[in-house]
Design a protein around this ligand. Structure first.
Ligand code: ATP
Ligand code: MG
Length: 196
């Protein structure tokens, strides 16, 4: 069966942790492609300042340009209201049809929150979850009824987070080799994260 991956996130900004995770999952599970879906209005980040989704989308496009298996989707930017993963997976299920196995890729920290997501039951019906070990987050005690729909994978440890990138830019510290060169240039050119 053909498998395709979806990786949702705020990607503020997209960094090498996201890219390495997606690539290792793609390679390991033999996914035909991985679609990055920048979240327009992440429901769990209400009240936090988030960079305009056009900036986040463009950075994701630039960071993934060198990987023929990676795509970026605007689906959550074109949908009004809170960006729920379940709506996105439903969209791709309709687009790709029933013959595709959908792998929804998350880091272990995001996966640990999944019961709090909107309609987790339907999410598990529509897709298989990949919980990628993320430095500092151990996936323990996962006893859900959808256990068989969850795959875990250990990815090369990259202790990078978008919050750390933003903090570094704010403090005028280097972000070289933590994000792609294009993303680094884009951040500098547009003065992103310089002051909050
Ligand atoms: P922030 O620090 O602002 O929360 P983040 O680095 O966690 O940003 P998100 O856009 O919130 O990035 O994460 C999108 C997805 O990528 C989530 O599933 C998250 O668990 C995963 N992820 C983020 N960073 C890593 C990393 N270094 N290794 C593996 N997975 C990661
Ligand atoms: Mg996060």
């Amino acid at each position: 069966m053909v498998k395709k991956g979806i990786m949702g996130g705020t990607f503020d900004p997209i960094h090498l942790g996201h890219l390495v995770t997606a690539e290792e999952v793609r390679d390991y599970f033999q996914l035909e492609e991985v679609v990055f879906v920048p979240s327009a209005r992440p429901p769990h980040k209400v009240g936090q300042t988030i960079t305009d989704s056009e900036h986040r989308y463009l950075m994701a496009v630039m960071a993934t340009i060198t990987n023929p298996f990676f795509q970026v989707s605007r689906v959550e930017m074109e949908r009004p209201g809170p960006s729920y993963a379940v709506d996105t997976v439903r969209f791709f299920r309709e687009k790709w049809g029933q013959e595709i196995e959908i792998y929804f890729i998350t880091g272990a920290d995001a996966f640990a929150q999944i019961r709090a997501w909107n309609n987790p039951d339907q999410l598990f019906e529509l897709s298989t979850f990949v919980a990628a070990s993320r430095p500092g987050y151990k996936l323990v005690g996962w006893e859900g009824k959808y256990r068989s729909r969850v795959k875990t994978i250990e990815v090369s440890a990259l202790a990078i987070s978008s919050s750390e990138i933003r903090r570094r830019v704010r403090n005028k510290e280097s972000i070289k080799y933590l994000v792609s060169e294009s993303v680094e240039n884009y951040i500098n050119k547009n003065g992103l994260y310089a002051g909050d």
